[in-house]
Design a protein around this ligand. Structure first.
Ligand code: MG
Length: 261
């Protein structure tokens, strides 16, 4: 059956056919995108550096880590006044000497992966913050709390694995006094503006005994005992281990290593 165009549609069709620009645009063909192949979204270089993992049985560090304590001596550590660290080292373990105060690494660090093992004495006594209190200070500024929180309650933003006086841990993953706890800390250092305020605040992930306590937590500023976080401009800084003034028995550390990031 023949289709009859109305006079007006016929006129429109004739006008369209008479327009060379439109005809040319329709006729021209452009290259089509190449069909995706698997290799088009794969790249091979640079290959990541090979790192040999530590031996779990012998508590050795990964091959590219800086060993901060391997059970032999405190040569990587100093007192705040720069003198040699004088905590007790015995049987591959270092123990806080509360008469000597905090110790700091001689080397300074920024962003890092830090592995540190710590043990509360089996016969620990005391309660709340006065029970195996210590701490790891990142860049000598931000404290990840160490405390015996096995059956010991305290303010939650001051318990084990808290960013002290800021963010509580997600869970309580403590082992009993006398058993070794393991911290694996991944820390991203802050970036400061020229005026000394944060462009990017620091972030930290804390894993205790294989259990996540802090998940890429933003650190708000300094971890103050009294008062709220402050912004204090700093560069790379040492790792500081706290000798807390509480009267409970001192805790011990072993197998400490760090991988600057
Ligand atoms: Mg502390």
């Amino acid at each position: 059956m023949k289709t009859q165009l109305s006079p007006s549609l016929l006129a429109l069709a004739l006008a369209f056919a008479a327009c060379p620009g439109i005809q040319a645009q329709q006729a021209k063909e452009y290259p089509k995108p190449e069909a995706m192949r698997p290799g088009m979204s794969e790249y091979w270089t640079p290959q990541p550096k090979v790192v040999t993992p530590g031996d779990i049985k012998t508590n050795t560090a990964p091959s590219d880590a800086i060993v901060l304590f391997d059970g032999k001596d405190l040569s990587a550590w100093m007192q705040p006044d720069g003198k040699d660290a004088a905590w007790t080292v015995k049987n591959g373990v270092m123990t806080v000497d509360k008469s000597k105060g905090d110790i700091l690494t001689r080397q300074k660090f920024g962003s890092c992966q830090l592995h540190i093992e710590w043990c509360v004495p089996k016969d620990i006594e005391g309660e709340s913050q006065a029970r195996g209190n210590s701490g790891v200070f990142l860049q000598d500024t931000y404290e990840v709390q160490i405390l015996d929180c096995y059956g010991n309650e305290t303010y939650v933003n001051g318990m084990t694995g808290s960013i002290y006086k800021q963010t509580p841990p997600l869970v309580n993953a403590m082992r009993k006094p006398g058993e070794w706890n393991v911290y694996d800390i991944i820390y991203t250092a802050p970036v400061f503006k020229e005026d000394g305020t944060y462009l990017y605040r620091p972030f930290v992930t804390v894993i205790q005994n294989g259990i996540l306590l802090q998940n890429h937590t933003e650190i708000l500023g300094t971890t103050e005992y009294i008062g709220f976080p402050r912004t204090v401009r700093h560069g790379d800084g040492p790792i500081r281990l706290q000798s807390h003034g509480d009267p409970s028995k001192p805790i011990s550390f072993r197998n400490i290593w760090i991988r600057p990031l």
